[in-house]
Design a protein around this ligand. Structure first.
Ligand code: HEC
Ligand code: HEC
Length: 247
């Protein structure tokens, strides 16, 4: 007479199968987690290279990011979303000048956010993800009267907030980043005549703020406008022969 497995035996079989499935899922999640910190770092490096006017540096960071794609360990729904993301990265890599690269890079950041939102992920905008220092330079107080370098720290902080907000898909945080940018303006009254920089540079500063405002108002084209803003930061740094890369 064939011996039937005992109840305890069945229970064990069932548990071990669930456990091994969980282990597989855990391993997959760990791979995605690691990939995401790579994505985060390279996208940021590319962004900072654009602001500093370093086309080659931005392309190098994008090449590293592209080398990891496609991620084999994504769930099927996310793997489908990754197709659009890869297209955005490819479009950025195909550009040959800084303004075009900036513009496509903003669209890459928006594609990060599109996948996170579609996957229903609520990634917290913590210090690690956003600006390196969790508090705005000057504590959010008006920076009028501060040195250009101090206001530039404000520009960078605000840019990082807007960027991180786009990556996690947080509308409110994006708007807060844009408000922080406005507080660090080099042209407090909106009149280029008040600016501590030459008139042509002051026009670029006005354009930076216009693009930030445009990005807030147009969620669909947010990445594009934020990217155009990064390119405009770079234009002024190139014009004045200064900026983050020169220090
Ligand atoms: C095709 C989908 C997809 C794209 C595109 C994508 N991500 Fe993610 N991302 C995920 C998933 C899934 C997770 C959740 C991982 C987990 O299970 O913890 C995640 C989580 C994250 C996290 C949270 C921290 C962590 O490690 O879990 C960060 C940060 C992140 N992604 C950054 C980025 C950046 C930056 C980009 C674009 C350069 C990007 N991601 C593009 C799917 C995507
Ligand atoms: C009107 C021209 C102009 C625009 C527009 C501009 N910058 Fe600058 N930036 C400067 C100048 C000038 C300096 C050098 C300041 C100094 O060292 O005194 C600088 C320096 C910097 C620095 C280095 C600051 C430091 O502490 O060393 C950062 C970071 C920076 N800019 C970020 C940005 C970002 C981000 C944007 C766009 C959102 C931007 N800048 C737009 C003119 C500009």
């Amino acid at each position: 007479m064939p011996s039937l497995p005992s109840t305890a035996g069945l229970l064990w079989l069932c548990l071990s199968c669930v456990t091994s499935q969980e282990a597989r899922l855990d391993a997959r999640e760990e791979v995605v987690d690691r990939a995401m910190s790579g994505h985060l770092g390279e996208a940021r490096r590319a962004r900072d290279a654009v602001v500093g006017g370093d086309l080659a540096g931005a392309q190098e960071a994008l090449a590293t990011l592209r080398g990891r794609l496609p991620l084999g360990s994504l769930a099927p729904q996310q793997a489908r979303l990754e197709v659009g993301f890869i297209q955005a990265v490819e479009a950025a890599r195909a550009t040959t000048d800084l303004p075009a690269l900036g513009e496509s890079l903003g669209q890459v950041a928006q594609a990060c956010g599109a996948c996170h939102l579609a996957a229903g992920l609520a990634i917290p905008l913590d210090a690690e993800l956003a600006a390196p220092s969790a508090t705005e330079p000057g504590g959010g107080a008006a920076t009028a009267g501060a040195t250009v370098a101090a206001r530039m720290d404000g520009h960078m902080w605000a840019t990082e907030q807007m960027w991180a907000a786009l990556v996690v898909g947080d509308d409110i945080a994006f708007q807060e980043g844009a408000e922080a940018l406005a507080r660090s303006s080099l042209v407090p009254s909106g009149m280029p005549a008040d600016a501590p920089v030459p008139p042509l540079a002051a026009e670029l500063e006005v354009r930076v703020h216009d693009l930030a405002a445009l990005a807030v108002r147009s969620p669909e084209a947010r990445g594009r406008h934020l990217g155009q803003m990064l390119g405009t930061c770079a234009q002024c740094h190139q014009l004045l022969g200064t900026g983050p890369a020169r220090r």
